[in-house]
Design a protein around this ligand. Structure first.
Ligand code: HEM
Length: 472
């Protein structure tokens, strides 16, 4: 890399660890933003021994996701892909090519169309009624993270494989273990573990490999059991696992693709939606003006005699602004999901060789003062009258990425988040636990989370019979 004169600028690195020391003790997206302020919007770094280019401006995001999108269409080496996603068999980790195109088409047609998403409405309604029951009858204060995460997980697992794991009182112990495994897998996506930081011939040095293998064996057991159960029973209405069994086949290779897809979709679809909902709730609780304005809109559009239905959501204009602002300030994928160049390419006039990891600092773009006025302030009104949406079309707001490998689950994720938060805000007044004002401090585990899980006091805003009608 060094032998090439025209590589992007960057600080001096150290042997073996490269530039990792510059990110120690800071959140990676903030550390990378600091470096890019000094060296420019395209920076070359070595994360361990792995050559990496980091992009931090709207203009360059546009360049990589339009002109060079095919070239950056694959993912780099990741522990997630090798050890957990059955050697890159799933839609999110597999290399750009025929298998990816076929898998993406299957999901787009069978899972993510507006018609499919509408057809899951009754499941979301049931899950909502369970969430209401937890809020009204459960412990005080409400443990928001568990509530939001169980809602997202149950919705995903029902859509994918007709399974509901987290009940109101009873929980499936295997599922709890599986969900914990998923969290460890999520942690490993961008974790600076040895395997992620060295070339292939040194990966055997990673002392954590036996741990990956142990977790994977348990995960495989759980997923295989679900597939075997599915093959033995038939459902009146096919779920996505039935559709995948028909498409990929029931041979070992087919089932491997299915297990990888199930795992990746649970990883990609659960935490992202739950984290967005938690950031939104925390943000509006810290900005009571916004919370009151949301409730006024809900009173106007929905009224005080019922809970919010999916058909109300497109009419909730202010909620859309608040959601956009939440995504801008707290995108769950602050660095998106890494890509890799499959050919030598010129970015912003600099040479980027084949095999370089591309990180897009979406958070830095969302906080760029050249693009946003007062970027650090939470101000949903900034989107009033603006055509900016969350689809990443103009590359200044990218919570779902952009280009060919952008998130295919966007509409499903948005519907899940909007329905839940609209009902939480319409149905209850929310206050911090008396005597506490939790901080908005974040932690990074591949995704950004509130450091202290949100807990809140809920006071019903509507007549009791309205909740009772909703709770089945
Ligand atoms: C608020 C919710 C969500 C957010 C913020 C989000 C965000 C993202 C981001 C940033 C990427 C990487 C895009 C890129 O590389 O440019 C991604 C990819 C992906 N997401 Fe989502 N996501 C969400 C919900 C979902 C849901 C509900 C699913 C459903 C299963 C899903 C499935 C996927 C998959 C399969 C990929 C990989 C696509 C590929 O490589 O072709 N996501 N998501």
């Amino acid at each position: 890399y060094k032998s090439h004169k025209n590589v992007p600028p960057g600080p001096w690195g150290l042997p073996l660890i490269g530039h990792l020391h510059l990110l120690a003790g800071t959140l990676p997206h903030k550390g990378l933003q600091y470096i890019s302020k000094k060296y420019g919007p395209v920076v070359f770094l070595r994360l361990g021994m792995m050559p990496t280019v980091v992009i931090s401006s709207q203009e360059l995001v546009k360049e990589v996701f339009t002109t060079h999108d095919v070239n950056f269409g694959s993912r780099p080496y990741m522990v997630l892909g090798e050890h957990f996603s059955y050697n890159y068999s799933g839609l999110g980790t597999c290399p750009y090519g025929k298998h990816w195109r076929d898998s993406r088409k299957l999901c787009t047609i069978e899972l993510f169309t507006a018609k499919c998403i509408d057809s899951f409405a009754w499941m979301r309604k049931e899950e909502l009624s369970h969430a209401l029951r937890v809020i009204l009858g459960g412990s005080k204060p409400v443990k928001m993270r568990a509530l939001l995460s169980n809602f997202a997980f149950n919705n995903m697992s029902r859509i994918l494989m007709s399974k509901r794991y987290f009940g109101d009182d009873e929980v499936d112990r295997d599922a709890v273990e599986f969900k914990e495994m998923l969290s460890s897998v999520v942690d490993l996506v961008m974790n600076p573990c040895v395997s992620n930081l060295v070339p292939w011939y040194l990966r055997w040095l990673d002392w954590q490999i036996p741990r990956y293998k142990r977790i994977h064996a348990k995960q495989d057991n759980f997923l295989q059991k679900i597939i075997d159960e599915h093959k033995e029973t038939t459902r009146e209405c096919k779920d996505f696992l039935d559709i995948m069994l028909e498409f990929y086949g029931t041979n070992v290779q087919g089932e491997t693709h299915i297990k990888a897809n199930l795992l990746e979709m649970l990883v990609a679809g659960t935490d992202t939606s739950a984290t967005t909902s938690e950031w939104l709730m925390a943000s509006v609780m810290h900005n009571p003006r916004v919370l009151i304005k949301l409730q006024q809109e809900l009173d106007r559009v929905v009224g005080g005699n019922r809970m919010v239905q999916e058909s109300d959501l497109p009419k909730l204009d202010y909620l859309q602004l608040v959601l956009k602002e939440t995504f801008r300030c707290y995108p769950p994928g602050v660095l998106l999901f890494p890509r890799m160049s499959t050919q030598d390419v010129t970015v912003a006039g600099y040479h980027v060789p084949k095999g370089t990891t591309l990180l897009v600092n979406a958070w830095a773009v969302h906080m760029d003062p050249e693009v946003w006025e007062n970027p650090t302030q939470f101000q949903p009104e900034r989107f009033l009258g603006s055509s900016i949406d969350v689809k990443g079309q103009n590359f200044e707001l990218l919570p779902f990425g952009a280009g060919r490998r952008k998130c295919p689950g966007m509409s499903l994720g948005l519907r899940t988040v909007e329905l839940l938060v609209a009902n939480l805000i319409h149905g209850f007044d929310w206050n911090f636990v008396p005597g506490t004002t939790p901080s908005m401090e974040e932690v990074f585990n591949s995704s950004c989370y509130l450091k202290t899980p949100l807990q809140a006091m809920a006071t019903p805003r509507l007549r009791m019979d309205i909740y009772k009608n909703m709770i089945m």
